[in-house]
Unconditional design. Structure first.
Length: 201
């Protein structure tokens, strides 16, 4: 599926979850609220053009709105899969952060050309009592097509956070797990970590 890598990361980076005013928002409300927030922060076309020339500011906007509510450690653990148990604490931390930063830098500019307001949440209010995991269904209009998306949430110590997105049934986690596991098998984890860290400079 050619559009999956692009759409999946666009969607991940468009979920900033602005919860400062209400920490009791339902997961589906987090998504709908965040769509408005990202639209406001990116601004009009003139501001988007300005941000395209000021990448550090663009990266900062995405980082500030994404990092508090994206469970990057859990996502990194799922991406590393079997390599997680074999890794040192330092390797886990560096890979997790490197993966997260690469997502921001690789797809930040694409965010300026994507209309996040076209993401429509299908799932409504869900009784969260006793739940540890849940899926929020939605769809996005992209180039005239409606593409189904499922957001994977889990109830962590910090509360409900998302860690994966499935686009047309294909998981962002699985997609990156296959990519990085092949690279780790060929070159080693330290080599992959160094490559990710080099993207931050």
């Amino acid at each position: 599926m050619k559009i999956f890598p692009l759409i999946s990361l666009i969607v991940l980076l468009s979920i900033p979850f602005v919860l400062e005013a209400n920490d009791n928002l339902m997961p589906y409300q987090m998504i709908t609220t965040s769509i408005d927030s990202m639209t406001k922060r990116l601004g009009d076309e003139d501001n988007k053009k300005r941000l395209a020339e000021n990448k550090d500011e663009l990266y900062q906007i995405i980082d500030e709105t994404l990092s508090p509510y994206f469970q990057k450690k859990y996502a990194g653990r799922l991406v590393l899969n079997n390599y997680w148990k074999q890794s040192s604490k330092s390797q886990k931390e560096r890979f997790t952060e490197g993966l997260y930063q690469s997502l921001i830098r690789s797809y930040a500019l694409t965010m300026l050309n994507f209309d996040v307001s076209k993401i429509k949440v299908i799932s409504d209010s869900i009784n969260l009592e006793g739940l540890k995991n849940l899926t929020i269904k939605s769809e996005v209009e992209y180039k005239g097509e409606l593409i189904p998306m499922n957001f994977s949430f889990a109830n962590f110590k910090q509360g409900w956070m998302f860690y994966d997105v499935r686009i047309e049934g294909v998981s962002y986690i699985k997609n990156y797990r296959n990519q990085f596991n092949a690279e780790i098998s060929a070159n080693g984890l330290d080599s992959v970590i160094l490559r990710l860290e080099s993207l931050e400079n």
